[in-house]
Each structure stands twice: as structure tokens, then as C-alpha cells.
Unconditional design. Structure first.
Length: 141
């Protein structure tokens, strides 16, 4: 294979923007412990913007995996990443643990996430990654 600019290899940089959803998915009662909602939100409020600026300075594009609820809560971030040429992939909707869901629930979780991303960026996400766990038996691409 011949890579652009005579590069010897290629890599994919993928980044998850989960916010506080893993904490809430693990135990919804965690919302009482993080009422300020600051836990987990540094990423989408500050860190992702800083990382996107660094990547722009380096001329590097990444693939960002975003739960639908994060896309709904931080649409300006997701739109900016998309407009900069980064890939936006679906990462579920509420970042649920797939090991605890039936196949039908998993498909619904991904469908909700996909719909949210489509609303925010105006097109379907490019790619998907389970938020946590594995697909149930019977899943086929």
C-alpha cells in the first residue's frame, strides 16, 4: 500500500465524548451525588474544544464518538467538530452498558443516538461504537 506523502503507516485517532453519562448509566442515583453536574462535563465543556484546537493546529482529523444525549446537550461542540471535518460516530444515546440490554434495547439505544446526531449535524453519523459492553447474541452488521 502506498500512503499519502510517502508515510510508512496510518492510524485512526478516535475520541469518546461521554460527559457524565457513564456515571449516570451505572447508577441513576448518582445524579444526587453530582447535582452540580460538573462531574464528567469538563470534557464537552472545555477539554474537547481544547483538543479540537490542538488537532487543528497539527492538521490532524479524528473520529469523535458521541452519545445522542451529549449531542443534544452540546450541539455547538458537535456541529463545530463536524464542520472542521472530523468524523462523528454514534456512541449510543445514554451511554448504557450493552451487557445489561437485550438486542432490541441495544438497537433502540443506537437508533436514538443516531437520530440525535442527525438532528444536530444534519446527516447520519459515520460509524458506531457500543458505549460499554458487547452486542447481544444475534447482532449482525
Amino acid at each position: 500500500m502506498i500512503w499519502p506523502h510517502q508515510a510508512a503507516c496510518a492510524f485512526v485517532l478516535s475520541i469518546d465524548v461521554d460527559a457524565d453519562l457513564p456515571l449516570l448509566a451505572e447508577d441513576p442515583a448518582n445524579v444526587e451525588r453530582i447535582k452540580s453536574r460538573s462531574a464528567g462535563n469538563y470534557g464537552p465543556e472545555h477539554g474537547a474544544w481544547r483538543l479540537a484546537a490542538l488537532l487543528a493546529d497539527l492538521g490532524v482529523l479524528a473520529h469523535w464518538f458521541v452519545p445522542g444525549e451529549v449531542a443534544d446537550r452540546y450541539p455547538d461542540l458537535v456541529r463545530a467538530l463536524h464542520a472542521a471535518g472530523h468524523g462523528i460516530g454514534v456512541h449510543g444515546h445514554r451511554h448504557l452498558d450493552f451487557d445489561r440490554l437485550t438486542l432490541a434495547e441495544q438497537v433502540a439505544e443506537m437508533g436514538s443516538g443516531r437520530a440525535a446526531i442527525e438532528r444536530v449535524v444534519g446527516e447520519a453519523p459515520s460509524g458506531l461504537r457500543t458505549p460499554a459492553g458487547e452486542w447481544a447474541a444475534g447482532f449482525a452488521v
